[in-house]
Structures are given as C-alpha cells and as structure tokens.
Design a protein around this ligand. Structure first.
Ligand SMILES: [Zn+2]
Length: 384
C-alpha cells in the first residue's frame, strides 16, 4: 500500500466497516462497496501523482533503526523526487535545506517530519553533531527510519571532535563518506566565532581557528577534488581570511565547496572587501564555489559586536545588489536553515524567515535557489 500511514489506517477501518455492514447486507452489495472503496482510494492516491512519504513510526524510530548503509541513492532519489512533486502539487514551493545539524538523541523524528510536511520542506541535509566522537552513524539511522525526508550528510566538523582530534575525525569522516556513499560532507568550522547564544552563555570554546590552507584543509580539498563530493565550510567573513580561501579554491578547482552563511559578517570593522561585487568575482573565478543562505533576519544582532550581522538586508528588504547577483547566478546559491541541535522545535519560524528571503527573489531564480540548485549540485541531474 503506497499510501501515507494515516490513510492506510483509514483503509483498514473502512474495510472493517464495510465487512461489518456486509454481515447484515447481501454479499453482492458488500463486494460492490469494497470495489467502490478501492477505486475511490486508487483515484485519491493518484490525484496528486505523488506522495509526501509515510511518517516515521515514532519520535525515536531512528535511535535503534538499522543503518541504511551503503545508501541506496537511486531508491532514495525516487522517494525524494516524488516528495518534491507532491509539495509542488499542493501549490507550495519545495525547499531543500542544505545545512542543518542535529542532536539526534533529542530529536523527535516523527513530530519533526510532520512539521516539515506542514512547512513544505522537501528535504533536509541531515548532519549529526558528532560532539566528542570521531564518527557516528546517526544520519544513516535517521535515513533508515525516514527514507523520504533526509539527505544523509556526514557529521559536522565542530568542537571538540574537530578541534581536539582533527586528524582522526577527518580520516574517519572521509573513510565513511566513501564506503557508506554519503552525497555530502557536513559543515567544517575553519573560522568560527562563538554563536550569539554561546556568547550570551559565556561559552567561548567555539572560537575556532583551523587554517583553511593548513594540512587539514589541504587534505579535505584534495579529497573533494578527487571524489567530487561537496563539503561545507563555516568561515567568517573578514579581509585577512579571504586570500587563504582563494588560494585553496584556486589550487583545487574541482573541489565543490559550499561556503555557508552568505554575507553574515559579525564585525564590520574586519571586513571591507566582501560584498556583492566581490562575491560575483569569486563565483566567476571559481566555478565550483557555492554559497548557502543561512543567515539571521534583519533584526538579528551579533552580541559580540552589537551589529546587525545578516548584511543582505536593508530593513525588511533584500538589498537590490544581492538580488541581482542571485538572479544572475541562481545555481550557485542554496537554501539553508542552519537549524542546530537545540533549535529543532523552531522549524516553522526558520521556514517563515527563509521564505521571506526567497519571496524577494524573482522566478525562476527563486525556485532554483529553493531546491533545484541543491539537487543538481548533489546528484548532477536537473529536476523538472
Ligand atoms: Zn555555520
């Protein structure tokens, strides 16, 4: 039965009803009622031509789910295509979120999947917060429990695994990326200021500096160049950090790099170069550079500098120069939420914020940024 869970329950209920009715009715009528019901359901099932996919069995279905490795990408892609088509058939703009990470032990999987369906979120690149382990299979368990909504993504390169045992972490990540068939590597923090919430809590451990052109960066870029697997970087925007990044993009021209957080500048005093013209130049010079649009809303301030750090905004509008660039190069920009482990209940708010941005990008660029660019980057083919 290729139906959503809710409907298959209804089918069983209705069958029971029809059978019990049949006890007092003639056998022929019962058979006719059943046939009519089946015909109705068959038509209902095909009316949209596609499915959102069944919900996972429970909120913790992923915890003990078998690992889905190596991933059966053709089968997963079939589900995902159907899901995207189903969201479109409902009149919504599907979104592929290329960058979110989870504390899988605290994730309410079924509730989260329901929230995705309600918000028209087609797919989320699911990266587990590795915390202090050099590897975790949680993304593979999530995909096994819900093969309709999550793109398996390797564990994010975050403190402490990435900062304290980076060589081991990287070796394990690259090994699993290949043997398990991950289509995307999670976000590596090369330069990361503490997040606004961490600053407020006085947590400075996430003030991360890993030279992007050092040995770890060389290994990662070389791996990406060799395998064609895209990876994500967190790399604060400041003048001194731009030349080393360009050096790496130039040295590894086939490495597909997703630079997260378009125009998120924490300290304006450290950044005089970056802007729409500079980014246009980067995209023209480096054909495998991509940028995701995970940034705060126009009222979001970075507590470290007390500045509005999401620089794409001018009041409630996206600055016209950014819109122009995105319209010119839509395949290089990727929708993203940057949901973190402690923000999983905030999907509706993040969805509203992202769509406020997307709605200011004219079509067809909007649709490309929302989901088509991510699909093409990850899988090489284009969605209709
Ligand atoms: Zn980030």
């Amino acid at each position: 039965m290729r139906q959503m869970g809710k409907i298959s329950i209804n089918v069983r209920y209705l069958e029971k009803l029809v059978y019990s009715t049949g006890k007092v009715a003639m056998k022929g009528i019962r058979r006719f009622a059943l046939l009519a019901l089946m015909l109705f359901l068959a038509l209902a099932g095909t009316s949209s031509g596609a499915e959102l996919g069944p919900l996972p069995a429970s909120d913790n279905a992923h915890i003990d789910a078998p690992k889905a490795i190596p991933f059966d990408l053709p089968a997963l892609k079939k589900n995902w295509r159907e899901r995207i088509a189903a969201i479109k058939a409902k009149g919504m703009l599907p979104v592929i979120d290329i960058e979110s990470s989870f504390n899988s032990n605290k994730l309410n999987l079924r509730r989260f999947a329901q929230a995705m369906d309600e918000a028209g979120i087609a797919l989320i690149a699911y990266s587990h917060d590795a915390n202090n382990t050099k590897w975790s299979d949680m993304a593979a368990r999530v995909v096994s429990a819900d093969p309709w909504r999550f793109i398996p993504t390797t564990n994010g390169g975050v403190h402490p695994a990435w900062t304290e045992n980076p060589k081991e972490f990287l070796a394990e990540t690259l090994k699993h990326a290949v043997s398990d068939g991950y289509p995307l590597l999670g976000e590596f923090e090369f330069r990361h200021y503490p997040s606004p919430r961490q600053l407020k809590r006085g947590e400075l451990f996430r003030d991360v500096v890993v030279p992007i052109n050092g040995p770890l960066g060389q290994e990662l870029f070389a791996f990406a160049e060799k395998t064609g697997l895209p990876f994500e970087i967190h790399y604060e925007i400041e003048d001194a950090l731009l030349p080393p990044l360009e050096e790496m993009l130039g040295r590894y021209p086939r490495a597909k790099v997703i630079w997260c957080h378009l125009a998120q500048i924490r300290y304006s005093g450290r950044s005089s170069v970056y802007g729409p013209a500079y980014v246009r130049g980067l995209l023209e010079k480096y054909p495998n550079l991509y940028i995701d649009v995970a940034f705060g809303d126009s009222s979001s301030k970075y507590p470290g500098s007390d500045e509005y750090h999401a620089r794409v905004w001018s009041g409630g509008s996206v600055k016209k120069e950014w819109v122009e660039l995105i319209v010119q190069q839509p395949w290089r920009f990727l929708a993203a939420f940057d949901l973190g482990g402690d923000r999983q209940d905030q999907l509706p708010e993040y969805n509203t914020k992202l769509r406020k941005f997307l709605n200011q990008i004219p079509e067809p660029a909007r649709e490309i940024v929302a989901y088509k660019a991510a699909w093409k980057l990850l899988f090489g083919d284009e969605l209709p």
